[in-house]
Design a protein around this ligand. Sequence first.
Ligand SMILES: Nc1nc2c(c(=O)[nH]1)N[C@H]1C(S)=C(S)[C@@H](COP(=O)(O)O)O[C@H]1N2
Ligand SMILES: [Mo]
Length: 201
Amino acid sequence: MNVTRGFTGRPRVTDPGLPPGQYDARDEWPVLSAEVTPDLAPADWSFRVDGLVERPRTWGWEEARALPASVYEGDIHCVTGWSKFGVRFGGVSLDAFLDAVRPDPAATHAVAYSHTGYTTNLPLADLTGGRAWIAREFDGEPLSPEHGGPARLLVPHLYFWKSAKWIAGITLLDHDEPGFWEANGYHERGNPWEEQRYSGD
Ligand SMILES: Nc1nc2c(c(=O)[nH]1)N[C@H]1C(S)=C(S)[C@@H](COP(=O)(O)O)O[C@H]1N2
Ligand SMILES: [Mo]
């Protein structure tokens, strides 16, 4: 299937890798930002995990780099319709950060927030088990500022608006609290395979 993708002219709607209603963006990687791209040097970047945890903690760039490296190779899906196949992000598994802060058993949800103020909510279960990353590289290069560099959240099994660019922290909660797009009518979870685009889908 993947072998013929570059030669078929148009994506096939039956492509098993393409969630319903999505198209293959191929070589394009659209930039979608509600904010102006911040001028954020690695030295100014930090990542905090707090809320319902035993040991809230903030990591600086070098401290985060000292954690075991982890790679995601796979697909991403934006709610506006584009998907990209076979992308490669490098960074650190979110599990490494969560293990360090020891989440309270009462924690069920999380709000991720950016250095710019963007927020998005997620069930905690979508951030654990090797399915979420703090990504700092794309295709082996430093992640570019417009795509969220120096580091972004990456939760590729959900629509890409959950992958907060310029990630600053995650707060664990015992309830769901809508983020920026979720408060504006987008779905609480955003599973592309179930086409959870809008609230109520
Ligand atoms: N801080 C921040 N993160 C964000 C967004 C944003 O506007 N601000 N947009 C989201 C949306 S809707 C998408 S599709 C992806 C886009 O990432 P990209 O610009 O790297 O393609 O980032 C997500 N993360
Ligand atoms: Mo998006």
